[in-house]
Design a protein. Sequence first.
Length: 243
Amino acid sequence: MTAPLLVSSLEPTKLGSLFSSCAAEKTNKPSSARRAKQPSGQQPKTTSAPLSETSTLNLIRSSLLESLNQGVIVTSRGLNPLYWNAKARTLCQHLSGNDFPPLELPAEVSEVCHRLMRENRQSDRPFVMECQAATGQTIRISARWLELAGSQTIDRDGQRQAYILVLLENCDDLLYEEIQIERKKYDLTEREAEVWMLLRQEYSYQEIAKMLQISLNTVKTHIKNVYAKKRSCQGREKFWCGD
């Protein structure tokens, strides 16, 4: 079941530099007078040229987008995807229920983009929707206008010329990662972390006891211990190693 759309008041995203085309680099070929003569029968030595600054920045941008835990999609007003990272493709597969890489935006993503174009034409606030994927995971979809640096974003008719930036998040994965951090930070046991995660998912004490096949008093004890450990760490810096 699709959740109602929410409107957030976050600042507009300016990622034009991440997707702007790079200028062609000039290469200077050495003149024949400067070429060193190689001894007969000896192959010239070849050395790999270092990456230019532009190539290095392109690699950094690409690695940055692929390393994000969020799915990133850039689409045109016609909802033709221009870019999506690997995480976005995976989450779109979950939404569409297909095993192969998606060729078009899932219906849920298209719905959020249509709402953005129809009701939020000149606003920089994103539209956010949470929906249930076929796999049972909760996917959060956020769509907002993508402002390209140095370009005009409003045409003569008052329509947006910018592209649309879509961010996708697996809420279950985000919660699991957060729980794992809290487990290390507060020194929670495996069972305490398990109970704490179910509580964060808004299950009742009775439901947690039934799911884990433990008594209600045991659930209450674990939750009491979690709160006690969290209170003991308040006001103290604590470092830990992530997985």
